[in-house]
Design a protein around this ligand. Structure first.
Ligand code: FCB
Length: 475
């Protein structure tokens, strides 16, 4: 596909259809383990991702987050880059094992000092900090005691949330408790593709509950300490039946929607697990870990729901098909392999699925939302003498998804902001450094950062608070 990429400012007024609402939040996102490095510095304890990435065969070519983008030492330069892009907000996560190396007990002040410096640096440049408290790097000591399968981890999480808030709460307005608890539970304890690498369906559903409970307890602690905006980020599936006319496909989609979406959204926003998901969970574990009153705690008010979106899924009924280990209880259900254009990580590109998802979440749950992650992996790098990175395909991806957001807004969806994933190339979990999601290129040998064409394009989008009215890129 060819594209005319407009990176220079034209100063032309835009047609209203490509303009975002006034006050729309523009940001970029990262996560602690993926960018910080400095794994053994200033008293940081080990996390499950340190253990997992050191276990042979778990991560692409044995990559680890030991050095990553060395952001721990380069945050001043990185914040300057953000300021250059004109970011209004930056979404970053706090590494629990830096703050409490053992997950509970003594606080490591030097760990908090880092986030204090980073937060000040952001505010000094006029960038609003958006903090995620848990983006998957659980202290290893907590995993040794059962991780998210036990209630104590949820209680420890609330204590940790209060500790971080006590240090940063005077400057941070927006607090996200968890990032994508689906991944923590289903990939961490179901397929074992993510840390801690366990394969046990009962553990999946115990973890779902304790993650949600941890969110609820933390939300309560944050609120009572005066937090202004409390949120959680999910990765809701945009799931559709392959054949909407076929009742068996429709039922397959109901189950997958239950496992990915309603099992989280219903207790969070309606105060109770859906009946069909209670039955589903009970196939794998008794539900004694769900105590009276827990759903009420999970139902703590939130100000905004974070939505991470990358790709749609299509499912159909297929008798005899084995369940995928990451989705316990999905025997007889087939996930269609991606069709059409895909990104480097193999994810299908379909911006309209984002509009459908936002419309549905708005209709069923009526909650204000922010896109807290959206982006694409492409194997790009500096080209020719100029050293520029011409990532036209990423611009197309982002442009298409921003138009999908505009479509949802025009349907009445209360969408408050958008965070590109990611500010820079980083450690992409089990894929190591192979997958590059950044709008800024990172050379892992020299740690040199080079804004890609997508970064320059994004700067222009932010400046205009809208998209070019030249039509969809690539059309
Ligand atoms: C999301 C994660 C994020 C990143 C993107 C590509 O699931 O939250 O850390 O890995 O996928």
């Amino acid at each position: 596909m060819t594209a005319t990429v407009e990176v220079e400012s034209s100063g032309e007024p835009l047609a209203s259809g490509v303009q975002f609402p006034e006050g729309f939040i523009w940001g970029a996102a990262t996560a602690s383990y993926q960018i910080e490095g400095a794994a053994n510095e200033d008293g940081r304890g080990p996390s499950i991702w340190d253990t997992f990435s050191r276990t042979p065969g778990r991560v692409y070519r044995g990559h680890t987050g030991d050095v990553a983008c060395d952001h721990y030492h380069r945050y001043v330069e990185d914040v300057a880059l953000m300021a250059d892009l004109g970011l209004g907000s930056y979404r970053y996560s706090i590494a629990w094992p830096r703050v409490q190396p053992d997950g509970t007990g003594p606080v490591n002040t030097r760990g908090l000092d880092f986030y204090d410096r980073l937060t000040d640096e952001l505010i000094g440049k006029g960038i609003d900090p958006v903090v995620t408290l848990y983006h998957w790097d659980l202290p290893q000591t907590l995993e040794d005691r059962g991780g998210w399968t036990v209630r104590e981890t949820a209680e420890a999480f609330a204590e940790y949330a209060a500790i971080v808030h006590a240090r940063l709460g005077d400057r941070v307005r927006t607090w996200t408790t968890l990032n994508e608890p689906w991944c923590s539970a289903y990939l961490g304890y179901g397929s074992g593709r993510h840390a801690p690498g366990i394969q046990d369906p009962a553990a999946v559903f115990k973890s779902v509950h304790h993650l949600l409970l941890g969110h609820g307890l933390a939300a309560r602690a944050l609120r009572s300490a005066g937090a202004q905006n409390v949120s959680i980020t999910l990765n809701p599936a945009a799931v559709s039946p392959l054949d909407p006319q076929n009742p068996a496909d429709v039922d397959a989609a109901r189950i997958v929607d239950g496992l990915h979406n309603r099992i989280f959204l219903d207790p969070l926003l309606r105060g109770a697990y859906p009946d069909d998901m209670r039955e589903h969970m009970a196939r794998f574990t008794d539900l004694s870990h769900i105590q009276d009153g827990d759903e009420k705690i999970i139902n703590a008010p939130i100000d905004v729901l974070g939505v991470n979106f990358y790709t749609p899924s299509y499912v159909s009924a297929k008798p005899g098909h084995p369940a995928s280990p990451e989705n316990p209880g999905t025997e007889g259900i087939a996930f269609r392999p991606p069709v059409g254009p895909i990104t480097d990580i193999g994810w299908q590109i379909e911006p309209a699925a984002l509009t459908r998802l936002l419309d549905r979440l708005h209709q069923d749950y009526g909650v204000p939302m922010m896109i807290t992650e959206n982006g694409a992996a492409y194997p790009d790098g500096p080209s020719g003498d100029s050293g520029e990175v011409h990532d036209t395909n990423r611009i197309e991806y982002l442009d298409g998804h921003l138009r999908a957001c505009l479509d949802a807004i025009s349907h009445g969806v209360d969408l408050r902001g958008y965070f590109a994933w990611s500010l820079m190339d980083n450690f992409e979990w089990a894929e190591g450094y192979k997958m590059r999601f950044g709008i800024v290129h990172v050379d892992y040998t020299t740690q040199q950062r080079v804004p890609k064409d997508s970064a320059k394009w994004y700067r222009e989008v932010i400046r205009r608070n809208g998209l070019s009215d030249q039509g969809r890129i690539g059309e």
